[in-house]
Design a protein around this ligand. Structure first.
Ligand code: HEC
Ligand code: HEC
Length: 369
């Protein structure tokens, strides 16, 4: 009799555990008291390159060492996806300067989106909306979207939180980062805050050739110098003004504003294939406008533009040089520049002085797992 009940017990344990496996999603109600773990937040000292503007950090989400550490783990954790195969880093790889080097990104369902992955480098300086079309107001708000987006991680936050709550390490990490007293206080908002903290640390240290030349430590080659002079339109008559510096301005190489740089032909304001900013604001005059992105590390982030239509920087420059395609609100700064082959090459060579591989190989941005 004893043997039978022992056997039954074994069978029921086996059934219970196999059931749990099948289900895959841990019990969300799991709760662990965390008050025994010390909470002593220490500021994360972000060193900002002198030539950069002030960094924008919201008052309710200051950078702390533990917050950044937690954010880095979440950024690389594949459990944020429905089949546990993809993480944020799958589309924001350090090798591509935090892009995926694809024309448009493909999520867990292998369904391709219509937009190209964006670099997260120096986004801490942006306060004019996130995504190509500006639809997220803050980084915290942005971080909530990829998890549930069906063409990205395609998972519910409820499931993600359940996975985090049941994990061995996350409850402690959330306690240390945000002072929660029980694992059931882990929320998507806190996860988004941690992700945003990590992303804000991904900034250029100012070690590109361009920065070194500006500091007088190195010199441009002749062709790089010509590209630079066309960028800033100086001296005024020797070389054509390429106009680039108005929108890709020093030292971030972006104003983070929204412009129509002549990618799509549209006979009138409603016929853009992607409305961009206009799709978000509903304003007709915003149709066809996209965010100006930083050109730091642009050599590493091909293909280019919101839909990855250009494979090389040469193609990009060709498009600007020809004046782009007609639409009523195309920027006045994009017109037939009549550049020679040498002048186009000079712009490309200048852009390559913005490359910083040390930054993308920095261990503090790498996979912590
Ligand atoms: C399937 C690929 C994919 C995954 C996974 C992904 N992203 Fe992205 N990311 C993109 C694409 C594509 C865009 C541009 C989308 C758009 O503008 O519509 C983008 C844009 C962004 C931006 C905006 C950058 C800017 O300059 O405005 C941030 C920040 C970002 N992603 C962070 C994250 C975080 C954090 C995660 C994980 C929670 C994540 N991404 C997961 C593909 C991905
Ligand atoms: C009127 C503002 C404006 C001017 C002038 C301008 N750009 Fe841009 N640039 C943009 C915008 C907006 C985008 C993003 C457009 C998109 O993807 O829809 C962009 C994108 C780019 C990209 C691709 C960025 C990426 O992440 O894929 C490169 C490279 C670039 N510009 C280089 C240049 C060069 C070189 C010049 C000068 C010949 C120049 N730009 C002039 C506004 C401008």
């Amino acid at each position: 009799m004893k043997l039978v009940s022992a056997l039954l017990l074994l069978i029921s344990i086996f059934l219970a555990s196999s059931c749990k496996d099948e289900n895959n999603t841990p019990d969300p109600k799991l709760s662990t008291d965390l008050t025994g773990i010390p909470y002593n937040p220490v500021n994360y000292d972000l060193v900002v390159y002198d030539s950069f503007p002030e960094i924008i950090i919201p008052a309710d989400n200051p950078l702390t060492k533990k917050g950044v550490e937690l954010g880095r783990m979440l950024f690389y954790d594949t459990r944020l996806s429905s089949d546990n195969t993809m993480s944020c880093a799958s589309c924001h790889l350090t090798t591509g300067s935090f892009t995926d080097n694809m024309a448009t990104s493909t999520g867990v369902t292998l369904e391709a989106g219509n937009r190209s992955s964006m670099s997260i480098l120096d986004i801490a300086f942006n306060n004019q909306g996130f995504f190509w079309d500006g639809r997220a107001a803050t980084l915290e708000e942005q971080a909530l979207e990829p998890v549930t987006n069906p063409i990205e991680l395609h998972e519910s936050w409820e499931n993600v939180i359940a996975k985090l709550v049941a994990d061995e390490d996350y409850p402690t990490l959330f306690r240390e980062a945000f002072g929660i007293s029980n694992s059931d206080e882990i929320t998507k908002e806190l996860a988004a805050k941690a992700l945003a903290q990590f992303e804000r640390t991904v900034i250029s240290p100012g070690n590109t050739k361009f920065d070194k030349v500006m500091r007088g430590e190195e010199e441009f080659t002749d062709i790089e110098l010509d590209g630079f002079l066309m960028w800033i339109d100086y001296p005024f008559d020797l070389l054509p003004d390429a106009e680039c510096g108005h929108c890709h301005s020093f030292h971030l190489f972006t104003t983070n504003e929204y412009h129509n740089n002549g990618l799509d032909e549209a006979p009138n304001m409603t016929e853009f294939s992607d409305l961009g900013l206009g799709g978000v604001t509903g304003k007709l005059t915003d149709n066809g406008k996209f965010r100006v992105t930083s050109l730091r590390n642009i050599e590493l982030t091909a293909p280019y533009m919101h839909d990855g239509r250009f494979s090389t920087l040469e193609e990009v420059v060709d498009n600007y040089s020809s004046g782009g395609k007609y639409s009523p609100n195309k920027s006045e700064l994009v017109y037939d520049l009549k550049l020679t082959d040498y002048q186009k090459e000079a712009l490309v060579e200048f852009m390559k002085t913005l490359t910083d591989v040390e930054l993308t190989e920095d261990p503090k941005f790498s996979d912590p797992f």
